[in-house]
Design a binder for this molecule. Structure first.
Ligand SMILES: O=P(O)(O)OC[C@H]1O[C@H](OP(=O)(O)OP(=O)(O)O)[C@H](O)[C@@H]1O
Ligand SMILES: O=c1cc[nH]c(=O)[nH]1
Ligand SMILES: [Mg+2]
Length: 227
């Protein structure tokens, strides 16, 4: 039986205006995010920073993962040792930019499965358009959905709808972003109030093109060197 770890809480900043948001304010996360935001940070460094930030965020958001005890032999005796149910985690990237956040999480949880939800935002409507869905079996699994940018929130809400249709309940989903906009947090809270959002920053607003300000630009383009 899993131990009850629900009383362990992820250290994060709580904002009463956004009860679904857990802001991860660890200095290393904040420093690396600032480097990633800079316009003169090239793709090679941006990619590396995303991986490092995801690993650090992953360390924080996995704090509440259930442990179970297994008998192990130390050199001196047998003991019941706590171990994570590692096989029971799935990392799901919203393509493309979410791909920049998966490898950091796999460093922490090498046996986690990986799924992909391909979405792009239509430049006119600003609404997500689906082009691929490939997901691991949902049974008994925690799904960590990753995408660096939570702007209008419609891509994240759509991806969670996809997970729901696949058989994953909101209670088994955590959403991890680098930068969140107030508008996106509100949309996500309305659509999926039971899904916690972990982010490194809550930015000021969306601009007329639904880009996050101050933001970091187009995360997918910066990650893959496209335009
Ligand atoms: O919250 P939203 O307003 O829906 O916007 C956020 C989405 O926009 C970006 O993807 P984009 O459409 O640029 O696709 P890409 O990752 O392939 O570049 C980003 O990676 C999110 O998926
Ligand atoms: O600021 C934004 C908004 C949407 N998608 C991005 O990549 N950046
Ligand atoms: Mg993009």
């Amino acid at each position: 039986m899993p131990d009850d770890t629900s009383t362990l809480r992820t250290p994060s900043v709580h904002n009463p205006d956004f009860p679904n948001l857990h802001l991860l304010d660890h200095p290393l996360i904040q420093h690396k995010l600032s480097l990633a935001r800079r316009i003169d940070t090239p793709t090679i460094q941006f990619r590396r920073l995303l991986k490092e930030i995801s690993l650090l965020m992953g360390y924080e958001i996995t704090r509440t993962l259930p442990l179970e005890h297994h008998a192990i032999d130390t050199p001196l005796e047998t003991m019941q040792a706590p171990m994570i149910q590692g096989k029971k985690v799935a990392v799901v990237a919203i393509l493309r930019a979410g791909l920049g956040m998966t490898s950091g999480l796999h460093e922490l949880m090498p046996s986690a499965r990986e799924g992909h939800i391909g979405l792009y935002r239509d430049p006119e409507t600003k609404r997500p358009v689906e082009y691929l869905v490939k997901l691991p079996e949902p049974e008994g699994r925690l799904f960590i959905l990753v995408d660096p940018m939570l702007a209008t929130g419609h891509s994240a809400a759509y991806a969670i709808d996809v997970l729901n249709r696949h058989g994953v309940a909101d209670a088994n989903i955590r959403f991890m972003a680098l930068v969140a906009a107030p508008e996106g947090l509100a949309v996500l809270r309305e659509a999926h109030p039971g899904v916690p959002v972990y982010a490194a920053a809550l930015d000021r607003e969306l601009d007329d093109h639904a880009y996050i300000r101050p933001g970091l630009g187009d995360a997918g383009d910066r990650l893959f060197g496209t335009k």
